[in-house]
Design a protein around this ligand. Structure first.
Ligand code: GLP
Length: 239
């Protein structure tokens, strides 16, 4: 795992530069559109804004996302599809057909992953990390299976509390659709972004602790191509 530690002031810019470089390199190497899976959450907002200002050839990119709340359509302001539209797609010149959403209202999970595979699979996956070590919405559990695939999941109380500010009705509907860890592991290049002191403990446990289903992100220690971009606060417990 490659770990890059940077100041929070440069966090969005440097992250966007690194991802942009990777997109451009892969477009040149593979000579086909690059498939990118995006994450949501506060960590991503400034990064997505910087990415939108990059000189990327967007017509040679296809986008997917990691997860979506159950029952929310892409037009619902609390949905992740809406978040990504606001924070990236509305700001860039990209053909609509290149954007693929999980429609939380009428999901077709199989078609969604089949489309990703038919286009060549995930070239780049962006990840954040939940305070409890979740990746996408793969929540910790003693019987959690690292070979999980896209499915419906029930969200944990700590996730409900963390996300309630953006989705007030989450308490009545604590369900989501998420790519599984096995889907995420198929990503050829993974970038994990984390910032802030609140993430320092889970970053330490995930990167230096025992690999355990109690901390889903710990499995990233075994991925062959992951770059973690951390601000000094999130990295503060790493030696
Ligand atoms: C949500 C998403 C995750 C994301 C996490 C972190 O739970 N499902 O993919 O990693 O939020 O969010 P934040 O960046 O707001 O801490």
């Amino acid at each position: 795992m490659k770990i890059i530690k940077i100041s929070v002031n440069n966090f969005a810019q440097i992250s966007a530069n690194l991802v942009t470089e990777k997109i451009t390199l892969l477009q040149r190497e593979l000579k086909r559109p690059i498939n990118i899976i995006l994450a949501t959450g506060k960590t991503m907002i400034n990064f997505l804004d910087q990415l939108s200002q990059s000189s990327t050839n967007w017509s040679l990119t296809n986008f997917f996302h990691l997860d979506e709340y159950k029952s929310l359509s892409p037009q619902n302001p609390s949905s992740f599809a809406y978040f990504l539209t606001q924070n990236l797609f509305s700001k860039i010149n990209i053909p609509k057909k290149n954007i693929n959403f999980i429609n939380g209202e009428s999901p077709d999970l199989l078609s969604y992953v089949n489309k990703l595979h038919s286009l060549g699979g995930a070239d780049i996956i962006m990840l954040g990390i939940g305070l409890n070590g979740h990746l996408a919405f793969n929540e910790p559990s003693s019987d959690y299976n690292f070979s999980s695939r896209i499915s419906e999941v029930k969200l944990h109380q700590s996730t409900i509390e963390a996300n309630q500010i953006d989705y007030p009705e989450i308490t009545n509907n604590p369900y989501a659709y998420t790519l599984g860890i096995a889907d995420i592991f198929e990503g050829k290049n993974i970038f994990l972004l984390a910032k802030g002191l609140s993430k320092s403990k889970i970053i330490f446990q995930s990167f230096r602790g025992k690999i355990s289903p109690e901390i889903p992100a710990s499995i990233l220690q075994t991925h062959p191509n992951i770059t973690a971009i951390l601000d000094f606060d999130a990295a503060s417990l790493l030696k």
